[in-house]
Design a protein around this ligand. Structure first.
Ligand SMILES: *Cc1c(COP(=O)(O)O)cnc(C)c1O
Length: 359
């Protein structure tokens, strides 16, 4: 049975990506590598909506979030963390770890942040040096209205806007430069449909200026060093070459399909997934209007255990999904549909869930 990988990350690899990622090693100081990296960086820019070159750090998404914090913030600075789930908690924890004074705005899981509420929070917690946002909260299947949130932050303050876009970049339109986002972080293994191993981090002018004077110690994650290397067509240290090869092939697929088509496919499949599963008696967890195009979260019908459903999908249907986190572990199921996904796989998923619930 071909596995139906509906995890929320890592996402499945297209055949051309698998092939590229299994390529032979080359020197990361060779002209061949410079050509590949320049191509990757150029092709990433429209996905971030920026003219700045996204920097490839060999790490996971969390490493990218840490890089955002250690380059732009100072110990003792006031940071507002907008938390709508597990990954929002993590971003806040990273800022705390490096000595920032974190003001937390925690919403109930399943809800998204409304720009009008954020305006109040910013006024209450002023002055602020930065605001941490999760664009797409993978633990709850919630998409925050990033454009509106960024607009409010820009209008109300000079705070830097640091965004976790790990499960949104490549699935949802983002205009980093136009919306005034200072740092946008993603990772190779989510909607970019490449192997794990890379955090891609774009930093705007204000963030790069901060990076030059900021006092949090860092070496590997230094933006200035990495930016200088990327401008030369290489990376500071040995990169995850296989992931870069895979990413290049994945970006070629995205370019071939066309970004507008990629974004509308995510919308379409997300709706098909939610509607199909609702028809089986599962209940959408994300508040209406905040449903994520990349991850669908559904409450299992009463009397069912999410762990048992997930295990049976795996054992009987080779269908791999994720469960809820924390207190939602046994009541919530999460279905990934970002990256390399077809309508048929979503239909197969719904059919498999139906079979599991009826036996
Ligand atoms: C997956 C994910 C992360 C963490 O990524 P890792 O690569 O596992 O470190 C962070 N934020 C969001 C929104 C994610 O979906």
């Amino acid at each position: 049975m071909t596995p139906n990988i509906r995890l929320t990350g890592p996402t499945p690899l297209a055949p051309s990506v698998q092939e590229a990622a299994s390529g032979q090693m080359i020197s990361h100081r060779s002209q061949n590598f410079r050509n590949i990296l320049r191509d990757v960086v150029t092709r990433l820019k429209p996905l971030f909506g920026t003219a700045e070159p996204p920097m490839p750090f060999t790490t996971s998404g969390t490493g990218g979030l840490e890089a955002a914090v250690v380059n732009t913030l100072e110990p003792g600075q006031r940071v507002l963390a907008v938390k709508v789930g597990y990954f929002g908690d993590r971003f806040a924890e990273i800022a705390q770890t490096f000595g920032c004074r974190v003001v937390e705005w925690a919403l109930p899981w399943g809800e998204g942040a409304e720009p009008s509420d954020l305006r109040k929070k910013i006024r209450e917690s002023a002055p602020l040096d930065a605001v941490l946002l999760t664009h797409n909260e993978t633990s709850t299947g919630v998409l925050n209205p990033l454009e509106g949130l960024a607009e409010v932050i820009r209008a109300e303050s000079d705070a830097l806007i640091l965004v976790d876009g790990v499960s949104s970049v490549g699935a949802v339109p983002i205009e980093m430069d136009r919306w005034g986002i200072d740092v946008l972080v993603t990772a190779s293994q989510k909607a970019l449909m490449a192997p794990p191993g890379l955090a891609l981090v774009a930093a705007g002018k204000r963030a790069m200026t901060n990076a030059q004077k900021n006092r949090i110690p860092r070496y590997f994650f230094d933006f200035s060093r990495m930016r200088a290397a990327v401008d030369e067509g290489t990376t500071t240290y040995t990169p995850a070459l296989s992931s870069i090869f895979g990413l290049q092939a994945a970006l070629a697929l995205i370019e071939k399909e066309g970004l507008p088509a990629v974004y509308s496919r995510h919308q379409r499949l997300s709706k098909a997934c939610r509607d199909g599963l609702s028809g089986l008696g599962l209940q959408p967890f994300a508040k209406k209007g905040f449903e994520s195009p990349s991850v669908t979260s559904m409450l299992v019908p009463t009397g069912f255990s999410a762990s048992a459903v997930r295990q049976r999908l795996q054992d009987q249907h080779a269908t791999f999904i994720a469960q809820g986190r924390a207190q939602w572990k046994d009541s919530l199921l999460r279905f990934g549909h970002m990256g390399w996904v077809s309508q048929k796989e979503i239909q197969d998923l719904i059919d498999a869930v139906k079979a599991v619930l009826s036996c």
